[in-house]
Design a protein around this ligand. Structure first.
Ligand code: ACM
Length: 259
């Protein structure tokens, strides 16, 4: 499987421009899985619930249409983040599309910082979707600090975790090595770059998107300050072997009765 990320520099609120930039970075690319950043179409630093609502879309909105289009152009499963509107709730969500069809959605369970003021926390367990025989789960950015999410996806059979992100702390890229080793899964962390200064907030995003193997090896990674599309060929089936030596299976050796 050829899997990778597109690391972008979104302009806040400029969806058309941000779509164009993803198109440019993906021009001529064909792949099996492409992961875009969290909130890649809108930018991150929302300042009010009204602003979140104004940026929000239904799951068949313009961001879905764009993702469907690039899934056809690249031949890939595409995962990307968006501001989701569903009844009275606004979620920080990701969707997975393939061949122009919506495959599945994930609503960020662990909201970061002031996201708690405008987004509702995800209300559904993370799921693994089987597409073309590949088993792919999603989590979003700050979910990395809660090992339960990647563990839950591994227990549900995920081979690869697609991880749209807008990282502002320096730890996630290293932590994903552990998340991948402890579950023996591959992960694609797609981050953004640049700064956003809006309202009281000033965020600097850390770039360094990466593909991490089920052995914890960083197979490809992006620079900290430049847009980049990076891809690597993996054998996703390796993630189905949970043994780290002749005696230890990282899932079966757990002792949940003791903790
Ligand atoms: C984050 O969850 N976007 C830091």
């Amino acid at each position: 499987m050829k899997i990778g990320y597109v690391q972008t520099l979104p302009e806040f609120g400029q969806k058309e421009q941000n779509f164009k930039e993803v198109n440019r970075l993906l021009s001529g690319v064909s792949a099996d899985l492409v992961v875009l950043p969290e909130l890649f179409a809108t930018g991150y630093t929302i300042t009010s619930k009204d602003e979140a609502r104004a940026l929000s879309e239904k799951k068949n909105g313009e961001t879905a249409l764009f993702l469907e289009k690039i899934s056809v152009l690249t031949g890939a499963v595409i995962v990307g983040g968006f501001v989701e509107k569903d009844d009275d709730h606004i979620y920080n969500s990701a969707m997975m599309v393939y061949r122009g069809q919506l495959i599945g959605m994930y609503r960020k369970i662990h909201l970061f910082n002031k996201e708690k003021r405008w987004f509702s926390p995800g209300d559904r367990p993370p799921e693994v979707y089987t597409v073309n025989g590949w088993k792919i789960g999603m989590m979003i950015c700050f979910d990395w600090i809660f090992p339960e999410i990647s563990r839950a996806l591994a227990l549900k059979g995920a081979q690869i975790i697609a991880h749209p992100s807008n990282l502002v702390m320096p730890h996630c890229q290293k932590a994903m090595v552990t998340r991948c080793i402890e579950n023996r899964v591959f992960a694609v962390t797609s981050n953004r770059i640049g700064e956003e200064k809006r309202g009281e907030d000033h965020f600097r995003f850390t770039g360094g998107s990466q593909v991490t193997s089920c052995d914890g090896e960083i197979l490809c990674s992006a620079p900290e300050r430049e847009t980049h599309a990076g891809f690597v060929i993996i054998d996703q089936v390796l993630s189905e072997n949970k043994m780290i030596n002749a005696y230890n299976d990282v899932l079966l050796d757990r002792r949940p009765e003791l903790y």
